[in-house]
Design a protein around this ligand. Structure first.
Ligand code: LLP
Length: 420
């Protein structure tokens, strides 16, 4: 369920007509429903109420500090993959002991930042990384809580770019070697082994890969326990899919039941790192039709948002729903919804049945709350768009639209290029 519904032919976000926001902030803009964010977080969190757990929202899905603050206020933690994400999380008031740090390429300065912050744990992706964390912790006089990210070699049956738990992927430590790695980690002076971690991929719409992973991880935890290594945290990563088109992913309650079945006797705190399932359908991208044209083969609707604003359709061939902001009696046609970027890959929808849009119409690109703004760029020197949050009958700008000056603020012309 989400809060983007038509009221008297007008698409509204909660109680606010979207056209009223467009009048005030211009287009394009990302729009999030606060109450949808709240309810998605609560539904997910309460699904796990039968077990000790911590929901660590995956910041990469949507890192606006107002969004992070929304979850921090509900007691949520975060999953981060960079110093920048840690910085954002702290600004949003996330408690350090609710922060887990994943990612294959943690830099020394980022490790130091996380150790000084006192985060809950590092999810280790390689032995060299573990050794570096041990060393830096030693120089700082700190201890580092760690879990190994286990690569269970399970096919999540999703897009190859967002599969992470297969042997051929760069992520994690081979499950077959993991017992030995845990044993050697035990000898490191500044390391506390606290957990086991895994994350097999994203937009997973089938329960089976999750269950297969859980079974393998369960065996590993039992084996670790037999070897005197007790595991406090079991981090299951993110990955639960959402409905973009006609997918039927398991409800968080069903997912949580499957988790409970495998882990309830292990005496671990279960950590979840959901991203998309919380924010994906809580946000849309609102754009305006600039022109329409017809070639011999196709109809084109040219809008003012492009692949730099929302890269998912062209990068993954992903489906995003297209809806008019004002319902009309117009007929439908099959068209490509394209942006202003100078690339043929610049499309938001291809060969899609949609109303016969006209110049000036507002278009809602649905399900854009996850990996939308966070993956946007300034390609073609396009200022990044604003982000707006609606709560009830009010809207709040939570990120200003960039201006031309923002594009060049960090750049410099060296003296030798300036003629005297
Ligand atoms: N934990 C880790 C370690 C991750 O790498 C990810 C996502 C998550 C949690 C959150 O996964 P989620 O619950 O959102 O599926 N840009 C792609 C998705 C990339 C996902 C990367 N990792 C997309 O737009 O589909």
């Amino acid at each position: 369920m989400h809060d983007f519904q038509y009221k008297r032919d007008e698409l509204c976000c909660e109680a606010v007509p979207i056209s009223a926001i467009a009048d005030r902030v211009g287009t394009p803009f990302y729009l999030y429903s606060y109450n949808t964010l709240l309810s998605h977080f609560r539904v997910f969190d309460s699904a796990f109420s039968s077990m000790q757990h911590l929901v660590c929202f995956s910041v990469k899905a949507n890192s606006n500090i107002a969004v992070l603050k929304t979850f921090a206020n509900l007691g949520g933690g975060v999953d981060i993959v960079s110093g920048g994400e840690l910085f954002r999380a702290l600004l949003a008031g996330v408690e350090p002991k609710k922060i887990v740090y994943s990612g294959v390429g943690k830099r020394p300065d980022e490790i130091e930042f996380a150790l000084m912050t006192g985060i809950l744990m590092f999810n280790i992706e390689s032995i060299q990384e573990l050794e570096l964390i041990d060393f830096i912790a030693g120089t700082l006089g700190k201890r580092a809580g760690i879990s190994f990210r286990i690569n269970p070699d399970i096919d999540p049956k999703t897009h190859p770019y967002i599969s992470t738990g297969l042997k051929k992927n760069k992520f994690g430590i081979d499950i077959k070697k993991s017992l030995d790695e845990y044993k050697s980690a035990r000898r490191l002076e500044n390391i506390d082994i606290v957990g086991v971690d895994c994350h097999i991929g994203s937009q997973i719409t089938d329960l089976e890969p999750f269950v297969a992973t859980l079974q393998r991880i369960r065996e590993l935890i039992l084996e670790l326990q037999e070897n005197g290594i007790s595991i406090r945290y079991l981090d299951l990563g993110g990955g639960l899919g959402i409905t973009y088109d006609d997918e039927t992913p398991p409800h968080p309650n069903i997912y949580a039941e499957a988790v409970a079945e495998e882990v309830s006797d292990l005496n671990c705190v279960v950590i979840l790192e959901p991203g998309r399932v919380i924010v994906g359908n809580a946000g849309i991208l609102v754009t305006k039709v600039l022109y329409t044209k017809k070639s011999e083969e196709k109809n084109f609707v040219i809008v003012d948002a492009g692949m730099n604003d929302l890269i998912r359709p062209t990068l993954y061939g992903s489906y995003q729903g297209i809806q008019p902001v004002k319902l009309t009696e117009r007929n439908e046609f099959v068209a490509d919804l394209v942006g202003p970027i100078c690339e043929s890959g610049d499309f938001l929808a291809k060969d899609r049945e949609m109303p016969q849009f006209e110049r000036g119409d507002l278009v809602a690109v649905m399900s854009a709350g996850a990996y939308g703004f966070t993956m946007s760029s300034n390609y073609n020197s396009r200022p990044r768009v604003s982000e707006v949050m609606v709560a009830g009958d009010r809207f709040h700008i939570i990120r200003e639209r960039e201006e031309y000056y923002d594009l060049v603020e960090a750049e410099k012309i060296p003296d030798f290029l300036v003629s005297k």
